[in-house]
Ligand binder design. Structure first.
Ligand code: VGL
Ligand code: ZN
Length: 202
């Protein structure tokens, strides 16, 4: 059984959103084109309370600065993907007809959650891993935003949980806060056995 994970394809990560990913909206058509090749499609949704502590404004800091938050490093972000806001909605062009389930993450104001599986401190489990295993999934392909954050951490956790993991790289885009972050993310994923593929090859 093979699943496609659509990571955070939300308005706030499109080029006009609150946390713009360059060309982030371009992943929509690529993702739509491959949906039918999978047994199961699930989505993750970044879903923060308005007072989430990853938001720079709550610390009187600027986005991009790094702080310690409850013992772990936290990059500060603009306010984004606030629960119930338009920015948190999936980008309108995304075909959701095949999406069996949505896993929300980032709900705890005290800890960020880049991976679709676990919070950044690895304490809270979203249930995605158990769900996939219950469905008989052994292979996952990952598409969405952003390559150097949520896609990367979702892929690293998927591989660690024993799924054969591929990232559909043309169905992702990087934030690239620092030049080369996208390439470094690819190298980190490959180092743990994640395969980087093009959509035509999945
Ligand atoms: C993301 C930063 C903050 C992502 C989410 O989806 O990659 N990045 N929240
Ligand atoms: Zn977020």
């Amino acid at each position: 059984m093979r699943a496609l994970l659509l990571v955070d394809i939300q308005n706030d990560f499109s080029p006009t959103g609150a946390l713009p990913v360059p060309d982030g909206d371009q992943v929509v058509s690529v993702a739509n084109n491959i949906l039918d090749r999978f047994d199961l499609v699930v989505a993750t949704q970044d879903w923060h309370p308005p007072d989430h502590k990853s938001f720079a404004v709550h610390h009187d800091r600027n986005p991009g600065e790094i702080i310690m938050l409850n013992g772990i490093e936290q990059i500060l972000w603009p306010v984004h993907c606030v629960q119930g806001s338009t920015g948190a909605e999936f980008i309108a062009g995304l075909n959701r007809k095949k999406t069996a389930k949505v896993f929300q993450k980032g709900l705890d104001r005290e800890v960020d959650s880049y991976s679709g599986f676990f919070d950044n401190n690895h304490r809270h489990d979203t249930g995605l891993g158990d769900y996939l295993k219950e469905q008989g999934v052994d292979k996952v392909c990952i598409a969405g935003l952003a390559l150097d954050f949520c896609v990367k951490f979702t892929a690293l956790d998927a591989a660690a949980l024993g799924f054969k993991t591929k990232v559909v790289v043309d169905a992702t885009r990087a934030v690239n806060i620092n030049k080369g972050d996208g390439e470094r993310a690819i190298a980190e994923m490959q180092a743990v056995g994640v395969e980087i593929v093009m959509s035509e090859d999945v």
